[in-house]
Design a protein around this ligand. Structure first.
Ligand SMILES: [Fe+2]
Ligand SMILES: [Fe+2]
Length: 169
């Protein structure tokens, strides 16, 4: 007996091509989250100095959230009949979140985090637009994740503001 495929929505046969397009965006989002986890681990451990503590604790919290995002994107890839890629397909892109020359350079870390969050916000807005009226579940999930990223960016913009006020950034 053959299993009936969904006659409606993103899981229907006629939406196979659209599904593929969404899977590609989700895969990029998955890699972005994975790389962010790597970068945030390094940047939550490397910084030195009295002012580094707040950034360290903040990034430690974010690591768990970003990991959760990666798992959500991966799960959605599977639900859309895709396959979560293996590590050999990973290509690093976060040049701006490499360790600074001096580990007391907190501004470098703050700017890097803002850059990473901005990239995520831009990509997730793209997913939300592309899935509109076509894949409500991916859209809903991505809106929730976008909310987290906007919160992360706002927090680090606040950190940067403090340094700017003091003429240090
Ligand atoms: Fe994230
Ligand atoms: Fe984030």
């Amino acid at each position: 007996m053959t299993v009936r495929s969904s006659s409606q929505g993103i899981l229907s046969d006629e939406n196979a091509e659209k599904r593929q397009e969404i899977i590609e965006l989700l895969t990029k989002a998955y890699w972005m989250e994975i790389e962010t986890v790597m970068s945030y681990i390094a940047n939550s451990i490397n910084p030195d100095g009295v002012r580094a503590q707040e950034i360290i604790e903040s990034l430690q919290r974010d690591i768990q959230e970003e990991l959760g995002h990666a798992q959500m994107f991966a799960t959605r890839i599977k639900e859309l009949y895709g396959v979560v890629p293996g590590s050999l397909h990973f290509t690093a892109e976060q040049s701006y979140l490499q360790p600074p020359q001096h580990q007391t350079d907190i501004v470098h870390v703050i700017r890097g985090v803002i850059e990473a969050e901005t990239g995520a916000i831009e990509h997730y807005n793209r997913i939300i637009e592309l899935t509109d009226g076509i894949d409500w579940v991916t859209q809903d999930m991505t809106i929730t994740i976008l909310h987290d990223e906007e919160g992360h960016r706002r927090l680090f913009e606040g950190y940067l503001r403090e340094y700017q006020v003091e003429g240090l950034a």
